[in-house]
Ligand binder design. Structure first.
Ligand SMILES: Nc1ncnc2c1ncn2[C@@H]1O[C@H](COP(=O)(O)OP(=O)(O)OP(=O)(O)O)[C@@H](O)[C@H]1O
Length: 350
């Protein structure tokens, strides 16, 4: 198995800089997700690690080896793309074996390796079919099979599930995570889907405009977001960000462990963040007007407005509320976050 280390990596495309000097380490056997919005540099970073593109600056190590200038074939990496990149004219068996054959690996144990991989992925009965005769999920498994038969210590995946429907995506998430753990692969996985990142990763690297916004395990990213950007990228619906006017200071709202007093705002320099799942209906809280109600079975999302500020609350069960109702909202002090209005960075207020 192998660790991965990126130091000061940049990538320029002409005038534009897609990756702006990023540093991170991936521990051997860990599942790391590169997460971020479209165009933030996720795929470019992955392609640099794979050797499909060359960095403009910085270095990449896999294990002890400096691979910055090595061609892809010498990096001992398996890669799975969004498109699966299967050959339509080859059957499943030949698609899976393609890479090991091209690399001219000794052929004596091909059959036993193929059998093992097909068993793991539930493809044994499909080996003679062509990709066109398979479902999306089965094609995805063939692409995975091709990656894991290589026995490469590092596996890179770029949005491998985006062509699948929601239910299959959930199933495949669990399968990929289980496989990665079973085979103890070092995995770097690109996605823009925060639920994928949260449910699969040991480490999430959140990218924004070619830079790392935050690098943390999922639970820390959720509980300790470094900025408004990180806070709103994780969680469904995203964290509410409320502007606080100086006059809000000292306002008392109800928390389960006693009243919450909003701290003094220095001018309008900061904002209050509160996650929808932490907002409750209260007896004595902040007055709000109901603007929308969405019922999801297990919970209901109330769209409300406090003064001019919109706020979403996710509360359990079904409610007998209607649009236009006046309600009171509260939350616990421990669940409040404060952010600098200018920089968007988290501030810890005494
Ligand atoms: N071959 C290229 N030539 C020029 N610019 C490129 C090239 N590849 C990527 N870029 C630019 O680099 C930036 C980062 O692109 P990248 O594909 O890494 O983003 P991403 O985060 O993977 O986005 P997405 O989720 O949409 O795939 C974008 O502005 C993109 O337009």
């Amino acid at each position: 198995m192998a660790s991965i280390s990126l130091k000061g990596i940049t990538k320029n495309w002409g005038e534009a800089q897609a990756v702006k000097g990023i540093n991170f380490d991936v521990k051997s056997g860990d599942f790391t997700v590169l997460l971020g919005p479209s165009g933030c540099g996720k795929s470019t970073t992955l392609r640099l690690i794979a050797g499909l593109d060359t960095p403009s600056g910085g270095s990449i190590h896999i294990g002890e080896r400096d691979v910055t200038h090595l061609p892809p074939a010498q990096r001992k990496i398996a890669m799975v793309f969004q498109s699966y990149a299967l050959f339509p004219h080859l059957n499943v068996r030949d698609n899976i074996l393609f890479g090991v054959r091209v690399r001219k690996e000794p052929s004596k144990d091909f059959e036993s390796r193929l059998k093992r991989v097909a068993d793991i992925l539930g493809l044994s009965h499909l080996l003679d079919r062509r990709p066109g005769q398979l479902s999306g999920g089965q094609q995805q498994r063939v692409a995975l099979g091709r990656a894991i038969i290589a026995d490469a210590p590092v596996c890179l995946m770029d949005e491998p599930l985006s062509n699948l429907d929601a239910q299959l995506r959930q199933e495949m998430r669990r399968e990929i995570r289980a496989l990665q753990q079973q085979l103890n692969m070092t995995m770097i996985y690109v996605t823009h889907d925060q639920t994928e990142a949260m449910s699969m990763a040991d480490q999430v690297i959140l990218l924004r405009d070619g830079k790392i916004e935050q690098n943390a395990p999922p639970a820390e990213l959720y509980a300790q977001p470094a900025s408004v950007f990180a806070a709103r990228f994780i969680g469904t619906p995203p964290m509410n960000i409320l502007p606080l006017a100086a006059g809000d200071a000292g306002q008392i709202i109800e928390g389960s462990s006693g009243p919450v007093i909003l701290p003094r705002a220095d001018g309008d320099a900061w904002q209050l963040g509160i996650r929808p799942e932490h907002v409750r209906l209260a007896e004595r809280g902040i007055a709000a007007r109901v603007e929308s109600i969405e019922y999801f079975g297990a919970d209901t999302i109330i769209g409300a407005r406090i003064g001019n500020a919109p706020l979403l609350a996710r509360v359990p069960g079904q409610l007998s509320l209607k649009v236009g109702d006046q309600i009171q909202l509260g939350w616990d002090e421990a669940n409040q976050y404060f952010f600098d209005r200018q920089s968007g960075l988290r501030r810890h207020l005494a």
